[in-house]
Design a protein around this ligand. Structure first.
Ligand SMILES: C[S@@+](CC[C@H](N)C(=O)[O-])C[C@H]1O[C@@H](n2cnc3c(N)ncnc32)[C@H](O)[C@@H]1O
Length: 387
């Protein structure tokens, strides 16, 4: 594994005293042990840290202040779930539903209000206490049973017909709540039961990000009449991690977007989440500056009725959800022309230690469609999200 002085490697195993197996930005390989020093900040103490960081994670969902307010204020997201319940209200009657990670209980309350199934609302954070009150306050306690605990560890008195959850994170998988959903599916969904969402896709597009690039880079060109252009350092600092909450303008897309990873919620297994790979081929539609790739996701909710229309939640450029989009900046912008092609691959490597984190690795080839020299530029970059 090649690495540079100052890199932080994750040592996965120590098969011999001299050579260790390690990972850097999603790439694994052997490293000479004598070249490494244990990071004191990440030292011994970390081995006792919870790889799921549940205290911090469920702590943040235990208050209304930020996350629940942000999620409930996201009307596109919340109305989509309402629409899923509403459009299936006739078939949902008398069904048994699990709302995994119910938070304030909003999806369970939609079920009670619109369809009257029997709902187990499962929530691991201390929000569950408040949710119980909300259920009571809305007169739904006959229909909704709130259970506090991690879904993986809870016992239910029966199998469920529908497993509904809002588990999606940035780039679909970040935070990996999906693992809890898959474990619950295998334990509690009856044969022939329905998953909501039923499928999902991660989508990519090559894009311009002029104002972000200028904001982070142009400043260094000539502040106070001095030359401050250590571009590699600036790029390293500003563009090593993806930018969350990016809002891409449809005009910044250089090509039609492409679904790179698809998830079937009935068949995907927890082990599949360790590494998910996809490929892309974009035909550049207009000349411009290729600054990076923007990613977002969509999920689909199939109908309970045969042949019924599915409902979709789209977090792409034409939507306005709290996820917005995620921007992956190249180290150096590349000029591209209409007719060029950008081919490549994307891989999502789940962090083997920190189970809610992953690294996104992009490889790309840019082939000029017009140039007689038939030039080809190749690039690769890995982005930790966040560890
Ligand atoms: C993205 S929020 C969605 C909350 C709510 N369903 C909504 O749509 O507003 C995810 C919720 O799932 C809970 N959660 C995550 N993993 C869980 C698990 N394994 N068991 C139970 N609850 C979980 C979190 O505490 C959080 O409240």
């Amino acid at each position: 594994l090649s690495f540079s002085s100052g890199d932080k490697l994750l040592v996965l195993s120590k098969p011999s005293a001299d050579w260790w197996w390690a990972e850097l930005r999603g790439v694994k390989g052997y490293v000479p042990a004598s070249y490494l020093r244990q990071d004191s900040a990440e030292g011994e103490d970390n081995s006792s840290e919870d790889p799921w960081q549940d205290e911090e994670y469920f702590g943040s969902y235990g208050t209304l202040q930020r996350l629940h307010l942000e999620m409930l204020s996201d009307r596109s997201r919340t109305e989509t779930y309402r629409q899923v319940v509403l459009s299936n209200s006739a078939s949902l009657k008398n069904k048994v539903v699990m709302d995994l990670g119910c938070g304030t209980g909003i999806i369970s309350l939609f079920c009670a209000q619109l369809a009257q199934p029997s709902v187990y609302a499962v929530e691991a954070s201390s929000m569950a206490e408040y949710t119980r009150q909300l259920v009571k306050q809305n007169g739904c306690e006959e229909v909704v049973t709130v259970l506090q605990g991690r879904a993986e560890e809870l016992e239910l008195p029966e199998q469920v017909d529908v497993l509904v959850s809002e588990w999606m994170g940035n780039c679909l998988l970040f935070e990996f709540m999906v693992e809890s959903v898959l474990v619950a599916r295998d334990r509690w969904l009856r044969d022939g039961g329905v998953m909501w969402p039923s499928s999902g896709a991660l989508t990519l597009v090559p894009c311009q990000a002029d104002s972000y690039y200028t904001e982070k880079m142009a400043f260094w060109e000539r502040p106070y009449g001095l030359d401050f252009t250590p571009l590699p350092l600036a790029q390293q600092e500003f563009f090593t991690k993806p930018k969350f909450s990016h809002l891409i303008e449809p005009n910044d897309c250089l090509a039609a977007s492409c679904d790179v990873i698809c998830l079937d919620m009935y068949t995907v297994q927890v082990r599949d989440l360790e590494e998910m790979k996809g490929e892309f081929h974009f035909c550049v539609e207009k000349s411009g500056v290729f600054h990076g790739f923007t990613a977002w996701f969509t999920v689909q909710f199939e109908s309970l009725e045969k042949g019924g229309a599915a409902v979709e939640l789209d977090t792409g450029p034409n939507s306005l959800t709290h996820w917005k989009q995620t921007l992956f900046m190249l180290d150096r912008p590349v000029s591209v022309n209409a007719g060029d092609s950008i081919r490549g691959s994307v891989a999502l490597h789940r962090n083997p230690i920190w189970r809610r984190h992953m690294t996104v690795t992009l490889h790309w080839n840019i082939n000029s469609g017009t140039d007689d020299t038939d030039s080809c530029q190749v690039g690769t970059k890995s982005f930790p999200m966040w560890r």
